[in-house]
Each structure stands twice: as structure tokens, then as C-alpha cells.
Design a protein around this ligand. Structure first.
Ligand SMILES: Cc1cc2nc3c(=O)[nH]c(=O)nc-3n(C[C@H](O)[C@H](O)[C@H](O)COP(=O)(O)O)c2cc1C
Length: 254
């Protein structure tokens, strides 16, 4: 199958390919050489892996490639309300495991474990110093553009999406953004033959506390959104993939 060829492509090949294709000019359309069949094969290959082969490790290069797809992910207003902790220390993984009913086998066996954090409302409101600084330092906007964009952001948060009524609204908004890198990492991993398991099976309050106590994560600024365990499957999936039909999930208006 075409996909077996794709799995041998490592991150360096892919990035060389991208540089060769784009050169210094990223404005041209992407010259897609991965076939649709190969991409869909990767989507079929990806499943929520319940236990990894603890003998097999993802190479540093492949893991960097996966992380890079998180870094390049899009988000609302480009504010990147996320951070990723990579937890390789087994004792620290055990601390996480104590609160993660959904990753009992995955946490100790995974080659790499990522804790996805999202920003709290304190640093995401239109009037927070962080947002201003971010526009200045990361997005490189000049002062007049920053003023304009902060105005748009206020209207968006206050009126369009009604996000300022309660903390929960902004939390949910940041969470939605933070799931985009999760999806991209899982797809990127599958494209190079790496298995994954996303994890929401945890007590939010207890995990937040553990991250504060054992990882020095300030809960005023960060809150856990998910874990992502990555590695190589110990055995094949226990059951075939189930999904609704296309007809059941789509409605066309021509
Ligand atoms: C946000 C999210 C959280 C999830 N949390 C868990 C979890 O805690 N433990 C687990 O084993 N699987 C978890 N899953 C995996 C889902 O159960 C799985 O993706 C779904 O049943 C579809 O199966 P498939 O991914 O194998 O196609 C999670 C999936 C997502 C997207």
C-alpha cells in the first residue's frame, strides 16, 4: 500500500521537501505530492492507542517534527493560547497517572507524553498586558495596528462571541484553540507511522493541583486541556474503527 512508503519518510525528508518546494517564497500554492489515498490511510491508521510498546522510542527528529505541527497551528486572532509540557520523567508521569483514569496504561508505556496547557482568562482578555505584549513581541505589529486589533478583539470578546460574561466562556474559547494543535499533532504523527492517544480522562481540579505542586505550573495563568501520549502500538486496535456515515453527518444546500 502507498502508505507503507509514506511511513518511511522521516521528518528531515519532509522538511527538505517543503523547503525545496517553497524555497524562500511561501506565497505559492503547496505542491502536494502526498496522495489523498496516503493521507486517508494515515487517518485510518490513527486510532486511540491504549498501550504502547515501551521498548520503542520516537526519534528526536520525528518528535520535533510532530511538535512543529503544534507550533504552526492556527488560532483565533493568532494569540497562541497554549503551551506544551513534555513529560519524560517516569516519576512525574506517575504523578499525572494518579489523576488520569483515561491513561493508566498509556502514561507509563508511551515514548513521549505531552501535557497541553491553555491560557486562563487573566492573560487572554483583550485588556490583559499579555495580549498587548504578544502582539508587540511575537506578532510584530506596529503600535497603531495593535490598537486597532485590540479594538477588534474587544468587540469580538464582548459582543460577537459574548466571551466576557463569565470566566468559563473565555476558558472554553482558549480550550477550542488548544485542540487545534492536538489534532495536527495526531495527524502528523500518523503520517509518519507514530501512534497516539489523546487524553481527557482526568480530574481537572486534581490535575491542575498536581501540575502546580510537581511541575511549577501557575494555575492563575495555565490550565490543563489534555494529554497526548505518543509512541508505537503494542498490539493492533481491539476493534475496527466505527464512524457515522457521511450522509448522517452532512447536509447540503445547493
Ligand atoms: C479530546 C479527546 C479525549 C480523549 N480522551 C481519552 C482518554 O482519556 N482515554 C482514552 O483511552 N481515549 C481517549 N480518547 C480517545 C477516543 O475515545 C477515541 O478517539 C474515539 O473513541 C474514536 O476512536 P479512534 O480514535 O480509535 O478512532 C479521547 C479522544 C479525544 C479526541
Amino acid at each position: 500500500m502507498a502508505f507503507s512508503r509514506l511511513r518511511r519518510v522521516d521528518a528531515r525528508d519532509l522538511s527538505c521537501y517543503i523547503i525545496a518546494t517553497f524555497g524562500d517564497n511561501l506565497s505559492n500554492a503547496f505542491d502536494m505530492t502526498i496522495s489523498k489515498e496516503e493521507i486517508l490511510a494515515a487517518f485510518q491508521f490513527r486510532h486511540a492507542c491504549k498501550e504502547f510498546d515501551s521498548e520503542k522510542r520516537i526519534s528526536a527528529e520525528d518528535f520535533d517534527f510532530i511538535l512543529e505541527t503544534a507550533r504552526l497551528s492556527p488560532c483565533s486572532f493568532g494569540l497562541e493560547p497554549w503551551k506544551f509540557l513534555i513529560v519524560q520523567n517516569q516519576q512525574l508521569r506517575e504523578r499525572l497517572r494518579a489523576h488520569c483514569w483515561g491513561a493508566q496504561k498509556q502514561l507509563p508505556s508511551a515514548s513521549h507524553v505531552i501535557v497541553g496547557l491553555q491560557r486562563t482568562p487573566l492573560t487572554l482578555r483583550y485588556d490583559s498586558p499579555h495580549v498587548q505584549e504578544f502582539m508587540r513581541q511575537v506578532q510584530n505589529f506596529p503600535e497603531d495596528v495593535i490598537e486597532l486589533r485590540l479594538g477588534f478583539l474587544e468587540t469580538f470578546q464582548r459582543e460577537d462571541f459574548d466571551l466576557l460574561g463569565s470566566e468559563r466562556h473565555l476558558l472554553d474559547w482558549a480550550g477550542k484553540q488548544t485542540y487545534i494543535p492536538l489534532a495536527n499533532m495526531m495527524t502528523a504523527a500518523a503520517l509518519i507511522g507514530v501512534d497516539s492517544c489523546p487524553v481527557e480522562g482526568f480530574s481537572l481540579a486534581k490535575l491542575t493541583q498536581a501540575l502546580a505542586d510537581d511541575f511549577g505550573v501557575d494555575p492563575q495563568i495555565w490550565r490543563p486541556t489534555y494529554l497526548l501520549c505518543l509512541g508505537y502500538r503494542k498490539q493492533p486496535p481491539s476493534r475496527p474503527k466505527t464512524r457515522q456515515s457521511m450522509a448522517a453527518i452532512t447536509e447540503w444546500f445547493d
